[in-house]
Write a protein that binds this ligand. Structure first.
Ligand code: PLP
Length: 501
């Protein structure tokens, strides 16, 4: 027997489930209703259709319908009331403003030996002086979120099968099985690369260093996002290159307009380093049109484009993020990737494909570190070609989504009014903008005294302009201790704000 749909229901009678090839059915259904809630068609307090109604309307099973509502409940968008059903609610994080957009058309002076090493060393040394019980500073996930046992089994199998892998010299560009596995995976990001064009590196950071050394020399200017991953600033400082910080939007990534202006202003910019997907620390991804513009701009100016793709695989299921490299027709993009965040931080695996600088990056790698260690490559290759890798990634993404939501809820609940935040569609971190004149460096120091470590905004630029931001990691389980730590950070911020008033 069919329950009639109430006349006020915003849902049409048979509604097809929105299509998508990658997401499970319950997720598609949940996303569909989430869009309806976000559009304001359903407002807090509205009753959702019953589970039975959902089953009939979308021709799905009871468990799919229940999973869809539970998924929205976990995200804080619905609440279940005993014997009454599910009702719309608004999570606190939805009411908090997004991080402020930068003033786009400003060109900074390229900084030289500005002291990022000194600043980071000071922050790291401070961080080590105190015993840390809650670490919100690292953007790796908790060890238990990775498939340690499956990787162990793969490594043991590889050794049993051929112990001589440990005693045989390896080609400089890496083990064929691993190069093959990453080349196959890269197809999903739209990148067509032959295994011979893959160079295995010591994580993503070696790849970025090699790319910089291949295209520029000491004294050259390199355009980077602002804020940017501090490892890029360190690499530039070590190589004697100068970072030109380009305003970067928390929603759309590096400003193409500002980059264009910078390229007109400075004539010795040799490369642009960019994290187009799930940028660190902002979490933003460039719109597809901006990716095209960026490629065109770099080609017109004859400067290399270094793409750092560390987090794409952590985009929420169903959100396709394409690589710049997938659009590269001329070989002007050097693509650098890391498996440390997604597969196993302890294996230190990364890879790159150097476009027209391939021979040069291979030579530089050979001259500097020779080939990577072999056992991790073989174990990783076996795991990646198995369906277990996709299952692992699905679990990791789901887990991280829950963590981000919970952390964002806590920030919205505990931090002072005027705090802003954009919750990214994937990844391990939240970039929190504090009301001025709060200083994340001062909060960092107070937090350390309580055994809490965060990443202050000053780590992500050669300037001080991000001192009122902090980056919080969502890679660890959201325990009571983490909640108390976020509450402490919020309280300290309030107190400091009151003292400053
Ligand atoms: C954007 C970005 N690139 C590169 C790296 C370094 O990666 P790996 O640990 O693989 O060297 C990181 C690490 O945090 C990062 O966030």
């Amino acid at each position: 027997m069919q329950t009639p749909i109430p006349p006020s229901s915003p849902f049409p009678t048979r509604q097809p489930t929105p299509p998508s090839s990658t997401q499970p059915l319950y997720r598609r259904l949940a996303e569909h209703y989430l869009a309806v809630i976000k559009a304001g068609t359903l407002v807090p307090g509205d009753r959702m259709p019953s589970v039975r109604h959902l089953m009939r309307q979308h021709e799905v099973s009871l468990s799919t319908a229940l999973q869809a509502w539970r998924h929205l409940e976990q995200g804080g968008w619905l609440e279940a009331r005993a014997r009454s059903g599910y009702f719309v609610r608004q999570p606190k994080r939805a009411a908090i403003g997004p991080a402020t957009e930068p003033a786009s058309l400003t060109v900074q002076d390229p900084a030289q030996y500005i002291g990022i090493h000194q600043r980071l060393s000071a922050i790291i040394a401070q961080g080590r002086q105190q015993a840390v019980s809650v670490d919100l500073s690292s953007c790796c996930c908790a060890s238990e979120l990775y498939a340690a046992n499956a990787l162990k089994r793969a490594a043991i199998r590889a050794l049993r099968h051929d112990p001589s892998i440990l005693t045989t010299i390896l080609p400089g560009n890496g083990h064929a099985s691993f190069r093959n596995a990453v080349a196959r995976r890269a197809l999903r990001a739209g990148i067509q690369v032959a295994a011979e064009q893959v160079l295995v590196t010591q994580g993503g950071i070696e790849a970025v260093n090699l790319a910089l050394r291949a295209v520029a020399h000491a004294g050259d200017i390199i355009a980077v996002e602002s804020p940017t991953f501090y490892g890029v600033l360190q690499a530039l400082e070590s190589l004697g290159m100068r970072a030109l910080e380009i305003p970067t939007s928390p929603s759309t990534g590096m400003s193409i307009e500002a980059l264009e202006l910078a390229l007109r202003t400075h004539d010795n910019v040799k490369a642009v380093v960019v994290v187009p997907n799930l940028q660190n620390p902002l979490g933003c991804s460039m719109p597809e049109a901006n990716k095209d513009s960026l490629i065109g701009l770099c080609e017109r100016h004859g400067i290399a484009l270094i793409e750092d793709d560390t987090y794409s695989e952590l985009a929420d299921n169903g959100i396709p993020l394409t690589a710049l490299k997938a659009r590269d027709k001329s070989g002007n993009v050097i693509y650098c990737a890391s498996l440390n965040k997604i597969l196993a931080p302890g294996m230190r695996l990364g890879w790159m494909t150097g476009g027209r600088w391939q021979a040069r990056v291979e030579m530089l790698k050979y001259s500097q570190t020779r080939a990577n260690e072999v056992l991790t490559q073989i174990a990783a290759a076996e795991f990646m070609l198995d369906g277990a890798y996709d299952r692992h990634l699905r679990r990791l993404r789901d887990y991280l989504r829950g963590q981000r939501d919970r952390m964002a809820e806590a920030v919205a609940s505990y931090f002072p009014q005027g705090t802003r935040l954009s919750v990214p569609d994937g990844g391990v971190m939240l970039w929190v903008e504090l009301p001025r004149p709060l200083s994340s460096q001062a909060i960092f120091e107070e937090a350390l005294k309580r055994g809490i470590r965060i990443a202050p905004g000053t780590m992500f630029s050669n300037s001080n302009r991000f001192d009122h931001f902090l980056r919080l990691s969502c890679g660890h389980p959201y325990t009571e201790a983490v909640d108390q730590a976020v509450q402490f950070l919020g309280n300290v911020s309030r107190q400091m704000l009151m003292q400053a008033a």
